[in-house]
Design a protein around this ligand. Structure first.
Ligand code: GTB
Length: 220
């Protein structure tokens, strides 16, 4: 069966300055894990809101995924699509697959929301008089998730047996806390992230998105 080379979209100039925190990183990493070559179309913030891009992504965001006559948005859907068609991100047995998918949803629905809320509060509310009080509450919510995740991971390498799309998504979610210092209290989670970042597929994806940022910043 011939495989159409997929095209994803990514920020022309990522606000994270190439730290691999924008969500195209997840898709790049998944594609690298399964060994599928891909093209990248870079879009500016204004292009993202134009009708042409909104046809691909109703909310005017990145990443999108185009493969033949299929267009997808939402990183969870994109990564599941890749994992279902190519070996490397899901276990062979049906129950193991279901559990790996549950971990992917847990990363997106249970762990990511409080992390995003904390970072959005910093971006949008840090000059408000009540910010410190709100931050304390948001940090507590994040810590609750980190504590529970750390307890479940224990000394294991990955969340449920072999590395899966659940780990891939969870690690990209946790990395958003890098600059907060909150991860430092959870050595097993730090080791988990480091283990994932040492994977050759992760390195290739990271280097590729960094090269995009480096090129965009050298163009002034
Ligand atoms: N739920 C969607 C998915 O998983 O695909 C969320 C997609 C999304 O949030 N896309 C963001 C976007 O396009 C980019 S990744 N934003 C532009 C807009 O909404 O107008 C979010 C992101 C952006 C920047 C950083 N950073 O600088 O650290 C981190 C994460």
């Amino acid at each position: 069966m011939s495989q159409t080379t997929p095209t994803i979209t990514a920020f022309q100039s990522s606000p994270d300055r190439g730290q691999g925190l924008a969500r195209d990183m997840r898709v790049r990493w998944a594609l690298e894990e399964v060994g599928l070559p891909y093209d990248v179309r870079l879009v500016s913030f204004s292009e993202m809101k134009q009708p042409a891009h909104r046809k691909l992504h109703p909310f005017g965001q990145i990443p999108t995924y185009e493969e033949g006559d299929l267009t997808l948005f939402e990183t969870g859907a994109i990564i599941l699509h890749i994992a279902e068609r190519h070996a490397g991100l899901l276990p062979a047995d049906a129950n193991g697959r279901a559990r790996a998918i549950a971990w992917m949803f847990a990363s997106l629905n249970t762990v990511e929301p409080p992390i995003v809320e904390l970072s959005m509060a910093f971006i949008l509310e840090r000059n408000k008089s009540w910010y410190e009080e709100r931050r304390t509450m948001l940090v507590d919510r994040v810590r609750t998730r980190l504590e529970d995740l750390s307890n479940r991971l224990g000394n294991a390498d990955w969340l449920d047996g072999a590395f899966s799309l659940g780990d891939l998504m969870m690690v990209t979610v946790l990395r958003r806390l890098n600059s907060s210092g909150l991860l430092n209290d959870y050595p097993s989670l730090c080791a988990y992230i480091a283990r994932a970042e040492a994977r050759p597929a992760y390195r290739r994806a990271f280097d590729d998105q960094l090269a995009v940022f480096t090129a965009s910043s050298s163009q002034g």
